[in-house]
Design a protein around this ligand. Sequence first.
Ligand SMILES: [Zn+2]
Length: 103
Amino acid sequence: MRPRDDDSSLAERAPRDHKLASAIADCGFYEFKRQLSYKCDWYGSKLVIADRFYPSSQLCSHCGQKQKMPLHKRTYECSNCGFTADRDFNAAVNLENYVRDLA
Ligand SMILES: [Zn+2]
């Protein structure tokens, strides 16, 4: 008996089914967010979640210039002020500033 397409395991389908892979990633993020909320409540901390469209990777953390940052580009090099930093570090500083600006 030949298995139907929808009988294949999620692990087999995910690499070729982008919507499924995205849904699985969302579940992972949902659980991560749930645990963060729980821990913040436990310790009396405030959890701040940036807007999903906040361009943390595209903003210069030094001058605020916004520029395109394709995923393969791992170093942020600002075309306005010349600031250079690791992509993830630059995004982390922008998110830190995002929280600070809310206060
Ligand atoms: Zn800059």
